[in-house]
Structure formats: structure tokens, C-alpha cells
Design a protein around this ligand. Sequence first.
Ligand SMILES: [Zn+2]
Length: 598
Amino acid sequence: MQKLEQTWDLASLFEGGSKSKALKESMQEIEASLDTCQKSIDSLGDQPNAAWKKTIIAMQALDANLSEVCNFAECLEAQDTADSLATQLTGILDGLRARNQSLGVQLETRFLQADDAAWESLLSDSELAPIAFSLSDQRDLAGRKMDPEKEMLTGELAKDGYHAWGRLYDKLAGSLRVDFQENGSSETLSMGQLHNKMESVHAGIRRSAFEKLEEAWSSVADLSAMALNNQAGFRLTTYKKRNWDSVLYEPLRMNRMSRETLEAMWGVVADKSAELVPYIEAKASLLGQSKMTWYDKSAPVSSDEKSYSYEEAAQYIMEQFGKFSQPLADFARQAFDKRWIEVEDRQGKGAGGFCTDFPDSQETRIFMTFGGTFGGVSTLAHELGHAHHTWILRKKPFWATEYPMTLAETASTFCETLITDSALKSASNDEEKLNLLDKKLDEAATMMMNLRSRFLFETSFFAERESGPLTVDRLNELMKNAQVTAYAGALDDHAYHPLFWASKLHFYITSYPFYNFPYVFGFLFSNGIYDRAIQEGPSFSKKYVALLEDTGSMTCEDLAKKHLGVDLIKPDFWEASVERALQHVDPFVKLARARTTV
Ligand SMILES: [Zn+2]
């Protein structure tokens, strides 16, 4: 295969990076559209008519334009963290986004005024019908809130109250430092760097990194508890005023799923997660421990790993994608050829990986750092899955492309599984196989145990928060109890992570409450789809695309019923999906035993 460029092409979107003239012009156009939309909303009549339709279409276009420039700014910041002009742009764009959000609230309020019959007839318009789901959802949600003036005020206050607690936590976490000793020398590390140490192949380094982590977080636990208690208090008061009876109402609604589905999913996970315990025990003995600890559970089981060049990774991905569907492989080739992917390993780049979309250009960009490991190959496949999902939806109106977090990981996890499963099948020796099985099972344990512990913690935390703020000790206690339950007692009693509620950023993301169960849903939903793909063979690829096409305009339950013929509120689908994740336990345990007895 010819040499591939490892940097992306952003110039085809906006020429000139953070100094781009075209970008500036787009931002000016957006400002003008914000003014025009404000005027249109102000002059709307009581009942739907042609002006309503025009305003809706204009607001949708504005949303897409804003995504295009905001996502571009995100790419600029990621490719060069020292690009101060890009940071400045993000600040300006935040202001435009806030104005757009306020327009959204005003439009929703108008939707509420419409008579039901007039509303239905508006939705039957040929241009609006494809986004009817999104419009009805906006209208229905507005009807379940306080009256508009109170909502606007709450939104304003949330900026300096609710969301400010989240920002305070971010600042706290970002400025926390520890002195870390390794090989006789000492260095000052951020919490992120400390986390990387917990993935070391050396047990001693993992343990001391964890001890440092607990020590650092316990020094700011009272402040973290304050941030957590206060943002929870804000949320509970707001929900009460809106007459929302459960703290799960908002996250379920955002994720377009029902409480019954959530309960069915967790029910199966709770029943089956103990079946992961033999894996955890076998891994502990591979690592030379009598019982597993929090800091060893994701440790590598082997230090020698096959390495891949970027071209080999690309070739491998396209080959495996092609076995499932040629259009999927062609899409990946297009992303490589058109330089939609940034993988170069260099200083000054942002951490992590993402895939972002450009709705006006109908393009996507993938950002990551490729280090030549198999983990890098599967991350690349994962991000290409996201990109392919966006590609499938590219011709739809923008408001029919916004899928919830529960469905966001469907295509990505699916594509990742295509890669990890084929690697497992073709593994040339036991050591490689053991490594790959461990990665699969570690992911399953993260989903079924770690994320479940977060959900259990949040549920019990909110129940007690109703009667007042919780102390650090009580939060620690709730967290440990949740971990013991979720891990089915598989970890050493002294080696849980009671301060996890402080160290995990996800508990503080105010814009996505309960940032945990959607991951588990996505993982298991995708597993279930993969199971179907195996059973039905290549003909399934058409169904797969049809399912993705509907992800922005249906509830999770309707999507599953229409495209898979399954009922998500029943346990059957979840059971099959969990079984697929658990099938690797026995082979892992066998290989681990063989290695420990050599
Ligand atoms: Zn993802």
C-alpha cells in the first residue's frame, strides 16, 4: 500500500486555519442569521402558518452552520493546543451558541401555543415531516417544563450556579498535581498523567500511582463533595419545580429510552455480571496477585505486542470492513484518501480521540494519535465507525441526524468489534490470543461492572441528597458499597476506590446527567446487532444501514422493534447480548491457567 499522510486536511473546510477569512465570514453570517431568526420568532403568529415553517427551517440551518464552525474550531484546538487564536474563536463561538440556545427555548414556547390539530397539520408538510420526531420532542419537552419565564431565569442562573459548580470541579481537577517517584527520580504529574501510570506493566508503579491518586483526591475531597452536593441540589430543585418525579426523567428523555428498558437492561447485567468473576480471578493470578485490585484490573497481561504501521492498520481495517460490507470499506478508503484523519504522533497535540462532523460540507474528521499498537488499530476502526454513521445520515435534514448518546456508540462499537473479532480469530499464538481476550473482557467488565457501580452510586446519592448534603465519609461509603455490589465482591476488600466519586469527571458533567448508563446501552445494543450480523451473514449489511438511518428520528425502543424485531423492555435481547460478551471468559481462563502452570 502506498504511504498515507498522517495529518488531516482542514483547508478543504476553511482555508487558513485559525486565521481563516472564510471562517470569519461564516461566523458573521451566523450572527446575521441569529438576528434574523430572533426577529422571525418575535413576529410569529399564535398558530402555525407559512412563517412558522420558514422559521423552523431557518433555525435548523442555523444549527447546522453553527456545528460546522464550532467543530472546525474544535479541530484547530486539538491539532495544536498552543493555538491561542483557536481558543479565542471557541470563546466567541460559545457566545453564539448561547444565543442560539435561547432562540431554541423561545421557539419551543411558541410550539406550545399551537393547537394540536394545527400542529399535526404543520408536521405533515413535506419538508417538515422528516424532522417531525425532533419537533414533537421539543414541543413535548417544553410542555413538561415550568412556564417560559421561569425556565429562562433558571437557564440564566444555571450558568453561574449549576454549570459553574461543574466548571469549578474542572478547575480543581485540572490544577491538582502530585510528586511521583519512579526509578529513583521524582516528577510532578497531573491527574491525567498519573492515570497513565496506572496502565504501567510494572505492578509497583501501578500501586504507587493509585496510592498517590487517592491521596491527592482526599486532599480536595471536601471541595469536590461541595461541588457534587450543590449541583445535585440545583438539579433536584429544578426537577421538583417542573414536577419531574424522578432524577432519571431527564437522562432517560435525553437518551430517548424508557425506564422499563433501563430496568430490563440492568436486570440482566445484575444477574450475569458474577459470570465475569472467573475472568477477574484468573487475571489476578496471571499478575501474581491473590485477589484483584482496583488499580490492576486494566493492567496489561503481556508486554510483547504486535506492532502495526499506519498503512498496515489502514489495510487491515479496510479488509475486515470489506468482509462485512463493501460500501463500508469504500467509505474507509475515502476517509484515508481524502485525509479526513489526523493520527500523527507529535508534541503539542491534544490528548484522546474523537470524530466530528461537518453537516454543511457533508464531511467528517477523525482525531487521534496512532502509536502502532493494536489498541490504536481498534480505536481507528471505532472512530471510522462514527464517521460512517455520519456519512449514512448526510443527506437527511440536520434535525433528523441528531442521535442520542445511547445510539451514538452503535456504529463505532460495531466497527471496532469487526476488527477485534477478526484479530482474535487469526491470532497466531496463545500469548496474542490471551492479550486480545483480555482486552475484550476488560471492556465487558468496564461496562457491566465499573459503569454499573457509577449508576448504583448516583442512584443512592440522589436518594439521600433529597434530605440534604452528604459528607465525604458517606459519599465514600456509598461509592464503595456500589463497587462491591457491581464487582460481585471480586476485588480485594482493601483495594476498592471509595474516592471514585471525586476522581471521576463524569459525575460532574452538568449537561449530561447520569453519564454512565448510555455507555452500557451502546455497548450491549451494538453487541446485539453484531450477534445478528453473524447469524444473518452479509445480507445484514443493508439492514444495518437502514437502522443507522433512523437513529436520529426514533426512540431506542422503536428503532429496535423496527429494524431488529426485538422488544427492549424484555430481557431476551439483553441476555443474548451479554452472553456474547461473556463467551470469552472460558477461553481466557483456560489460557491463563496454562500460562500460570508452565
Ligand atoms: Zn465512540
